[in-house]
Design a protein around this ligand. Structure first.
Ligand code: NAD
Ligand code: ZN
Length: 255
């Protein structure tokens, strides 16, 4: 056995022990959770969207005002990718864990893979790309268009332009989702943070919320982040590998 194998095994046992003793758990996911389902992350240098596009053109209200067709076309493509992808076994393990423990999923992802895997009560901090909403009023349209042109459609209630039901750079997170997320993070005794670079608020201040009341923090990521620096246990590796291992460890079930 290599020294790294030993330390990985020890870290996994420590994480399983934290999970066994936890009563109220938050799973907090970012784009890395969906990477193995085939959805590119934003910041991963080689495959990330931002290495090919300028976020200021595609994911801001200003970019939408300048060239709505371009923005909507890009979202239509991403929507098609998301629909074609399937949740991996890490998602199934989260659903299995929710049957064993009190658990809330908070996600920054907009792809709806948690819901498609059967998870209920998912708090979406950044909305979702499968729906559109009116840019002027609160109307939500659940039938966002597929990839055919033209992309731009208008609100049946007020005539305003419809847009992806996501949170863009410079926009506020939905009040209710944010308040619920903060409450859950302050009330949980264990948070498992998976596949987020921890560069975007409120993810960046997550550890302080969990740890300020004595909660424990497990981080799963293929790279170290500001979260892994303060985690009780850092599992350096892929989401689809470590989440099933954790759930196996407390349930005896094999994924
Ligand atoms: P990010 O791209 O900034 O960071 C992704 C993180 O995932 C990185 O730290 C990376 O090391 C890690 N990662 C990559 N593959 C992994 C794997 N297999 N297992 C575990 N970790 C892995 O993404 P972010 O932190 O979520 O923040 C950026 C924003 O991008 C979010 O606000 C989100 O709304 C949006 N986004 C969503 C999706 C999606 O819905 N799937 C995709 C791209 C971006
Ligand atoms: Zn409207």
């Amino acid at each position: 056995m290599k020294p790294t194998d030993v330390s990985e095994a020890v870290a996994l046992q420590q994480a399983i022990s934290l999970l066994k003793h936890a009563h109220r758990i938050v799973i907090f996911t970012g784009a890395g959770m969906s990477a193995e389902s085939g959805i590119p992350t934003f910041r991963d240098a080689l495959t990330g969207y931002w290495s090919k596009f300028d976020p200021m053109d595609l994911a801001t209200p200003e970019g939408f005002a300048v060239d709505p067709e371009r923005v909507l076309g890009w979202y239509a493509e991403r929507r098609a990718v998301a629909k074609a992808c399937e949740p991996h076994q890490g998602y199934e393990a989260v659903v299995a864990l929710a049957k064993l423990k009190q658990l809330t999923v908070i996600t920054q992802n907009v792809d709806r893979l948690h819901q498609r895997s059967g998870q209920i009560n998912v708090i979406e901090l950044h909305g979702n790309i499968l729906e559109e909403r009116c840019n002027n009023c609160s109307l939500i349209d659940v039938e966002a268009p597929e990839t055919e042109m033209p992309y731009q459609r208008f609100c049946q209630a007020c005539g305003g332009p419809l847009r992806p039901a996501v949170v863009w750079f410079g926009e506020n997170l939905p009040d209710e989702a944010l308040a619920t997320a903060v409450h859950e993070l302050q009330a949980c005794d264990l948070a498992i943070v998976i596949g987020t670079s921890a560069e975007v608020y409120p993810a960046a201040r997550l550890p302080s919320l969990v740890k300020s009341h004595g909660g424990k923090l497990i981080v799963i990521n293929v790279e170290s982040t500001s979260h892994s620096d303060v985690a009780d246990v850092f599992l350096l590796g892929a989401a689809s590998y470590y989440i099933p291992k954790l759930v196996d460890g407390i349930s005896g079930r094999k994924f």
